[in-house]
Design a protein around this ligand. Structure first.
Ligand code: PMV
Length: 331
């Protein structure tokens, strides 16, 4: 494809600390081996996958093209289900941001990309931490606000009095199975729900604190390669998130089904639907029990490469991307 500038970025799954990270507590997130690829070129009209871009419905594109003085055409391809807590929004933002940088002739700069991707995330969901944007830009394993990781520090981002110190963390070889409930649950309302709960109850603030403690124990286990202890912390985290009100019966059903064959299991992302993740040595078994309970299972490799330049947008089946439903999507 001539004139195209193409980039991709991985999705992510949170193994510890979602929601509490919004309040500046620690979190651990891994880049997934599923990606969004985005191609961009100068055009006569603003087009997205051949359709006029509806900027009012596509906050990522609106935000990231805000400084352009000419029309652009985008094409996208995604392996990441949307609205499932797998970082489709941040991966979309990171891939668009890098493709646009390439079109502008700029050398890729992760810090700039993460600011762009986080800005697009905020434009799309209104609130939240830079955790997803960091994972989708940098890839690998990401720790947020983990004491002792300063030597591997990547960036410090602050907003509304909260500070997030983001660092690179080692990811030992592990197998995860992600189970998608198929229940769509956008991030913004879940984050708002927790904010209201925290605003009116000390009990909710204590849960946030407790998730922070569990995350630090789980991080230590991860660094020791102790999958049993890490799994236990993931399951404890799920219980705390349930008390916070962000699980649902479909998520609990998949977590309970996976647990007998896993070191641990929990919801991943903002919850209310979307996905759970299990840490296991028996991925086929876990995938089959998830499928038997009505979920869609993905055996997931962790620690994938971050945002990168690609030669082209591959053909093949696609998922929708946030804000864009394909007229004839193959799913
Ligand atoms: O559901 P996702 O993939 O957008 O994950 C959101 C993680 C939260 O901690 C709930 C929000 C955030 O921005 O950190």
């Amino acid at each position: 494809m001539t004139g195209w500038h193409t980039a991709s970025a991985p999705g992510k799954f949170v193994i510890l600390g979602e929601h509490s990270v919004v309040y500046g507590k620690p979190a651990v997130v891994l880049a997934a081996d599923r990606r969004i690829t985005c191609g961009v070129r100068r055009g006569k009209r603003n087009l997205l996958n051949g359709e006029p871009i509806e900027f009012s419905r596509q906050p990522h594109f609106r935000y990231l093209t805000r400084n352009l003085r000419h029309a652009v055409e985008f094409v996208t391809r995604s392996d990441i289900p949307t609205g499932a807590g797998l970082g489709s929004s941040a991966a979309l933002a990171a891939s668009i941001a890098l493709a646009l940088e390439d079109m502008a002739g700029n050398d890729p700069d992760e810090r700039k990309l993460v600011d762009e991707a986080y800005g697009a995330e905020l434009a799309a969901q209104g609130n939240g931490s830079p955790m997803d944007a960091s994972a989708c830009v940098h890839g690998g394993g990401i720790g947020v606000n983990i004491p002792g990781t300063e030597k591997r520090g990547l960036w410090r981002i602050s907003r509304n009095g909260r500070v997030w110190n983001v660092s690179d963390v080692d990811v030992p070889s592990m197998t995860f199975v992600v189970g998608n409930t198929g229940v769509k649950a956008p991030t913004g309302p879940q984050v708002d729900k927790v904010r209201r709960f925290v605003g009116r109850s000390n009990f909710a603030s204590e849960m946030i604190e407790e998730i922070g403690n569990v995350t630090l124990s789980g991080y230590d286990a991860l660094q020791r390669g102790d999958v049993e202890a890490l799994g236990r912390m993931m399951t404890t985290d799920h219980k705390l998130l349930s008390i916070l009100g962000v699980s649902c019966k479909e998520l609990n059903k998949l977590v309970n089904a996976a647990l007998p064959y896993s070191y641990g299991a929990k919801l991943t992302g903002s919850g209310g639907g979307g996905c759970m993740v299990a840490l296991t040595d028996e991925p086929e078994k876990v995938a089959s029990v998830i499928t038997a309970r009505g979920g869609v299972a993905y055996v997931m490799g962790a620690g994938s490469q971050g945002a990168r330049i690609e030669r082209s947008v591959p053909d093949g089946p696609v998922f929708d991307i946030p804000g864009f439903v394909r007229p004839e999507a193959e799913r």
